[in-house]
Design a protein around this ligand. Sequence first.
Ligand code: AR6
Length: 173
Amino acid sequence: MQEDRIEIVEGDITRQAVDAIVNAANTTLLGGGGVDGAIHRAAGPELLEECRGIGGCPTGQARITKGYRLPAKWVIHTVGPVWRDGNHHEEVLLSSCYQSCFAVAEEHGIRSIAFPSISTGAYGFPMERAARIAVRETRAFLENDKQFEKVLLVCFGRGAWEIHRNAMSENKG
Ligand code: AR6
């Protein structure tokens, strides 16, 4: 059952013991604040070294690196859209982030993955809308997938957790 494979958890994504964690990066892939900063600090300097060799990533796409000192074996870096007014392809681009991460994960035989709430911090995407997209894309992917055991949507704080729980129940039908 696909619903059993989705978990909404409150916590720090750098502590998740899954095959891959997703980083909400920027197009340079050279680090930043928020979850990106936390992942680079926890993974150690080798992560930045590997990222330098990639040469960036366009918005809506994803790139994979090793996880180095993280509990996770892999980091999948994706670049969410900056929220402007909702009329600049923000929703399509955010959906594309989730789709790209799942595609990369599948190619690497990954069976468990943890996502942060991409674009909802520095990039200003309204979290209710972002959570609906995260839930919708995860369900759509799992519908046709047999390889994945677990998809975690990791929420930073109780408020974020509640928003994601609501998105899970409201979209069920
Ligand atoms: N674990 C899980 N979630 C976290 C953590 C954590 N340790 N830390 C923050 N969050 P943001 P963005 C949540 O700003 O909006 C960076 O500088 C946070 O509460 O990290 O995609 C990049 O380099 C929020 O809900 O990412 C880019 O320049 C969510 O993660 C830019 O920020 C995303 O917030 C990307 O902005």
